[in-house]
Every structure is written in C-alpha cells, then in structure tokens.
Design a protein around this ligand. Structure first.
Ligand SMILES: [Zn+2]
Ligand SMILES: [Zn+2]
Length: 420
C-alpha cells in the first residue's frame, strides 16, 4: 500500500534542492472498499454534508459508494450525469455553486479522470476537501495538481487541487472495461518518452531534474511494462498494481509541481489531436489510448534521430504565419506561448551538437519502440493512428505542429534545429 505522507518525509531534504510535496493524506486500494467509503471518510475527518459527483458509468461501477456514505451518517447531495467524457467549465461551476451555497462542505468524485477534474478545480477554488474514488486505472491524473477543463472549444489545464483522499476498490478496477485498462497502460508507456524529454532538456537547457523523482517514475513504468500480459485479466492484484503505479507517477508530478516527470512530447501530440477534434465537435478517445499511439510515433522518430552519429544544428527558423494559420481558433493561445520569445531561443546550436552523443545514450536508455509496441499489443492497446481514427495527413500535421503548443523543451522540438 502506498503511504504518501511517509514518501514525502523520505524525500525531505532531497539533494536536488526542491521541496517535494504531495497533499494526499490517505490512499486506500482494497477489495470491497466501495462499501466502506463512508467509514473511511468519517475516519479521515470529512465534513458532514458531501457532494457525490459522477456519471452513470462511474456510479454503475461503484453502486455502494452512495449508500455507504449515508450509512456512515453523511448527508449526501448527488450530481449524476448521463456521461462525463469531457469535463467542462459549466460542470466546475455546478460543483462550485453547491459548495458556495453552503449546501455541501466537501466532495466525493466517483469515476475516472473527467469525473474527477471538475471537482478538483471547484474544490481548489473553494478550499473544500476532496476525495476521489477511482473506478478504473485508466490514467495517471489521480494525484494531479491540475485539471484539464474544456471551456467552449478550448481545453486548458487549470491549477487545481490534489485530493486529500484517493480510494479504489480492486474488485472494481479488475472488472473495468478492457478499453480503460488499456488506456491506463498506454498512459504509463508515455513515461519512457517523458523521461527522455526531461533528461534531454536538463542536458541542453539546464532545466532542473531530480534523479530521485525520475527514478521513481522509471521504477513505476518498468513495473507496469512487466505486467503487460496481465493488464486485461480480471485479476485484482494486477489491477491494483497498475493503479498504484499510475498513482505513483502522479505523486512524482506533484513532487516537481509540473507534469514533466510523466508527460513529454507524446502528451502534447495527443493534446493537439484532442484539441483539433474538439474544434470539430468530436468526442475524443480515452486519453491513454491516444497517448499510447502518440508514444509509439514519437519513439520511432526518436530512434530515427538517434541513429545519426553526429548532427549539424542551426537556430530554429519557424514560419510563424504558417504555424498560426494551421492552428486556426487555437492560434491566439499558441502565439502567447511563443512571443516575445520562443523556447529554443536560448539554445545554442553548438550546444545541441555537442550534447548529441549523450542524447543518443538517453534515447537508448529506455525500451525500443518495437518492444513497447509488443507490450502495448499484449495489453490490448491500439498501436497505429488509423486504429484510433487519425488520418495520415492529420498525423503528419500534428507531428510537425504540436511542439509549439506548449512552452516545454523536448527532443522533438530540438530536432527542428537540426540541418538536413
Ligand atoms: Zn529531488
Ligand atoms: Zn496522461
């Protein structure tokens, strides 16, 4: 069982100089826990009037959570959606209103990411305590300090709050739909690219890197990688192990106060797909499903780059007009991230050339794209863009343009400085 407060004290005084914090006080992953949520939150000191928030899929998977809260003496107001695949600003406001009006004093979100995110932001804005009850090990945002929320057609990440309590019932995790389990596996494979990008940025730009936090993520992803053959089994032990590894990478992200340890250029690529699909009114795929496919595309590109023994580099010369045109309604956000200067401005071409041998070693330090693909296939993940509804043109456009939609250095972005 993960004991986050003791991990926090373990990481106290870390030699990297950063104060590694995580606000989660209690994690429980147990068989049959759904019937004990009330007593667990009672013991954790949760206030009397609670908002129970989720959708039909989440409550359907965990029908005993509500009754268990009532049995433990909580007064419960329920917000139940038909389906909450996309977390929108109006959902955040509904939760916020329930808290601000005084009807409830805390929230319990039941489901996966998009059911948790509105509560995460609303509870941050109001200071109300939050418990997440996870019904699937489908992504790594459980310990996150941020919430991706769609406002109109824009999906933006808001600083939000990390829950005080994270709960999961291993019987429910094991019975979760196969697609959600595969999504969790895909989200974990992304950590290999995330670790490459973090190390490369540290090497070339001096961005801070904590070896202990990077080590924590590497250990978690290697563990899941080894579990590939058991991901789809209805096996409580494996389901709990995948959940705990996803949670650990979330803790790593809260330790650095950025998503850097768990999200590299593959997440930006998947985010690009998602944003473009939202502008077309499409419901995006599960996060980890797209992220897994993006991970393979990026790993193959990184291996192609790392095959070069030496490189010649020059200053990046993006055609901004063309980039903004391609971003369409998202252009103002992208422009803001790249003016008055852009992230590669401070990188000397000679420094990139000199770092190349080490960059090649960094790429080689994680499993190959072929190995990751084999593990993903075993875990039921789609591996090719066509399987997740992306045309070759859309993939090419996204591969070329996504590095501009975040102000974060990656090997992908640096490759734009290479000659030839
Ligand atoms: Zn550290
Ligand atoms: Zn993710």
């Amino acid at each position: 069982m993960i004991d986050i407060p003791s991990m926090v004290s373990d990481f106290a005084g870390c030699s990297c100089g950063q104060n590694h914090e995580c606000a989660i006080g209690l994690v429980r992953v147990e068989s049959g826990l759904q019937g004990r949520v009330g007593e667990t939150l009672r013991a954790a000191g949760f206030p009397h009037r609670l908002l129970l928030f989720g959708d039909k899929a989440g409550f359907g998977a965990a029908p005993q959570v509500g009754p268990s809260l009532k049995e433990a003496g909580f007064s419960v107001e329920t917000i139940e959606y038909d389906s909450l695949r996309v977390a929108r600003m109006e959902d955040v406001e509904r939760v916020e209103n329930a808290i601000r009006s005084g009807r409830v004093e805390g929230a319990v979100a039941v489901g996966t990411g998009s059911a948790h995110d509105p509560c995460r932001l609303a509870c941050a804005r109001t200071g109300a305590p939050l418990a997440l009850f996870a019904t699937a090990a489908s992504m790594d945002g459980f310990a996150s300090y941020s919430a991706p929320i769609v406002d109109g057609v824009f999906k933006t990440t808001h600083p939000a709050k990390c829950p005080e309590v994270v709960l999961a019932d291993s019987a429910i995790l094991a019975a979760a739909p196969a697609e959600l389990k595969s999504a969790g596996f895909g989200d974990m494979m992304a950590k290999y690219v995330a670790l490459i990008d973090w190390r490369v940025s540290h090497l070339v730009s001096g961005e801070p890197l904590c070896e202990r936090v990077a080590g924590l993520v590497r250990e978690a992803v290697d563990k899941i990688f080894a579990l590939a053959p058991r991901v789809l089994a209805t096996d409580e032990e494996s389901a709990a192990a995948v959940f705990e590894a996803l949670l650990l990478t979330g803790v790593a992200m809260s330790f650095t106060k950025t998503s850097r340890p768990g999200s590299g250029t593959e997440h930006i690529l998947a985010h690009f797909w998602e944003c473009m699909e939202l502008t077309e009114g499409k419901i995006p795929n599960y996060h980890g499903i797209d992220v897994g496919v993006a991970t393979l595309l990026v790993m193959r590109e990184y291996e192609r780059l790392a095959a070069m023994e030496t490189v010649r580099a020059r200053r990046e010369t993006p055609d901004w007009d063309e980039i903004y045109r391609a971003y369409g309604p998202l252009a103002p956000n992208v422009r803001q991230l790249n003016t008055p200067d852009t992230i590669t401005d401070g990188i000397a071409p000679e420094a990139l050339e000199a770092a190349w041998p080490e960059i090649r070693r960094i790429v080689a330090s994680v499993p190959s794209s072929a190995t990751i693909q084999e593990a993903m296939r075993t875990a039921g993940c789609p591996c090719e863009p066509a399987q997740v509804g992306k045309s070759p043109e859309f993939v090419a456009k996204a591969m070329s343009l996504h590095p501009y939609m975040r102000r974060r250095l990656s090997l992908m972005r640096l490759s734009k400085m290479l000659v030839g």
